[in-house]
Design a protein around this ligand. Structure first.
Ligand code: EPZ
Length: 420
């Protein structure tokens, strides 16, 4: 397993180009299952989860080419089983369920296990698809879904705005018979990107990005070429990097229009964030950083995927701030690792009280999940001395060439091999 070795204390200065969004690319590439034609994707990030998605499409019988950010999914006969050994490495594999049912009328997908940040069940996905005529059996850890007469449009209201649930059902509804009305859906920008891709393939969708989406089913989806939107969480992570290192970064291809909650909070915390012709410029303000309270919410609220990174900014700021995690039940795995670096953080239930104003010191720490790993890298960049972030395969899932991008703006970071 690899680690990052970081010598902290260097203000980062320079230009970073934001890559394509992992959380847009995964459902959008998975949606090719519903398209009986060749599909070409551009601006696809080079990430572990993308390679896993391509492996899944291969297992399902689709030939996939990948080179320099372009993914080509050839047409082909489809299998219908997503095996446990693959699904256990990437929960988002469950997003093949909706398109497979829509295209083949059957799907056998390993029930995704939980993960470090929570149980993450898929009950909302299944109950919505059942309303569209699917019947599910749970056998040997697999969800076996059938809809021999095809899916039919339905009125569906989610108990809460689940991102994956919205994506699975949106893809299924494109090929269902009749109209599907989805209410209390997720409004994340990645949902809008998925809908825009499906519309490019001939789907009839309205309301993406609002709390209600209407879909008129069509007989088939044709191929297209589609560019994946930039990654707002990668961008937010680099904005924090500028703040915690006391440097200044210019982010190119930064989807700032999708980042209001994050940008507003960073400005409240004393960061200067300017939109310029060349991109988004970020630095800590003259008055330094100050702690503010933050609560994670579904979009357009503050994203849970930025919670760990923001907590590191709070560790480097003056005062104290309360961080509330309202989306996942166990998304404070980074706290104990930050405490080992000298942070003053106390967790009570779903809240963490952060007392800033203390210099972080380098230490060996361990990534437990993707965003916790990113937060530990940020902490290492800010800390005095050397930090070794272990198990960075978590980070490789969602950050393209992270060490290269950081080194290019002055960070002293390198990947090292660890004995397993
Ligand atoms: C997506 O996960 C993202 N992953 C996550 O990003 C992100 O944190 C999350 O949305 C919330 O924004 C991808 O897009 C690949 P949810 P997803 O369904 O779809 C519960 C990252 O770091 N729930 O909105 O799994 C669930 O347990 C990753 O890039 C049910 O109870 O999120 C969780 O507590 C991490 N039943 C909450 O809802 C269900 O049927 C939010 O889940 C579905 C979800």
């Amino acid at each position: 397993m690899d680690s990052f070795l970081i010598q902290g204390g260097v203000p980062l200065r320079g230009v970073i180009s934001i890559s394509g969004s992992k959380n847009a690319a995964l459902p959008i590439i998975m949606a090719s299952i519903a398209v009986d034609d060749e599909v070409t994707y551009t601006n696809v990030p080079d990430l572990r989860d993308i390679h896993t998605t391509i492996r899944l499409l291969n297992i399902l019988g689709r030939e996939v080419g990948l080179e320099q950010g372009t993914v080509r999914v050839k047409n082909g006969v489809l299998g219908m089983e997503a095996p446990y050994d693959l699904v256990k490495t990437m929960r988002a594999s469950v997003l093949c369920l909706g398109p497979l049912l829509a295209r083949l009328g059957e799907a056998k997908v390993s029930l995704p296990g939980g993960c470090a940040i929570g149980a993450r069940p898929v009950d909302q996905h299944l109950s919505a698809l059942e309303k569209m005529g699917a019947v599910f059996d749970l056998e040997n850890g697999y969800i076996h879904g059938r809809c021999p007469d095809g899916l039919r449009g339905a009125q569906i209201r989610f108990d809460f705005p689940t991102v994956g649930g919205t994506e699975n059902v949106l893809m299924a509804a494109c090929l269902a018979k009749g109209e599907t009305v989805l209410e209390n859906v997720a409004r994340e920008p990645e949902i809008v990107d998925l809908a825009n891709f499906l519309i490019r393939c001939g789907a009839r969708i309205e309301g993406q990005g609002t709390t209600m989406i209407r879909v008129q089913g069509v007989d088939r989806l044709h191929g297209c070429t589609y560019a994946i939107m930039p990654d707002r969480i990668e961008a937010g992570t680099f904005l924090v990097a500028a703040g915690v290192t006391g440097g200044e970064l210019l982010l190119k291809n930064c989807p700032v229009e999708d980042m209001s909650a994050v940008v507003d909070k960073l400005r409240d915390a004393g960061m200067v964030i300017e939109e310029t012709e060349e991109g988004v410029l970020a630095r800590a303000g003259e008055g330094g950083l100050r702690c503010v309270d933050v609560s994670t919410r579904p979009h357009p609220g503050f994203p849970t995927d930025m919670q760990a990174q923001f907590m590191v900014l709070m560790c480097c700021a003056q005062g104290s701030g309360l961080v509330e995690e309202n989306i996942f039940e166990n998304r404070f795995m980074h706290v104990q690792e930050l405490v080992r670096m000298g942070a003053d953080i106390h967790v009570t239930g779903s809240s963490a009280m952060v007392r800033g104003g203390r210099r972080l010191t380098g230490a060996p720490v361990m990534a437990s999940d993707l965003r916790a790993g990113a937060a530990l890298v940020l902490a290492g960049l800010a800390a005095e001395g050397e930090t070794r972030v272990q198990r960075i395969y978590h980070v490789d899932r969602g950050y393209e060439h992270l060490a290269d991008k950081l080194s290019a703006v002055g960070a002293r970071i390198r990947r090292v091999k660890e004995e397993d």
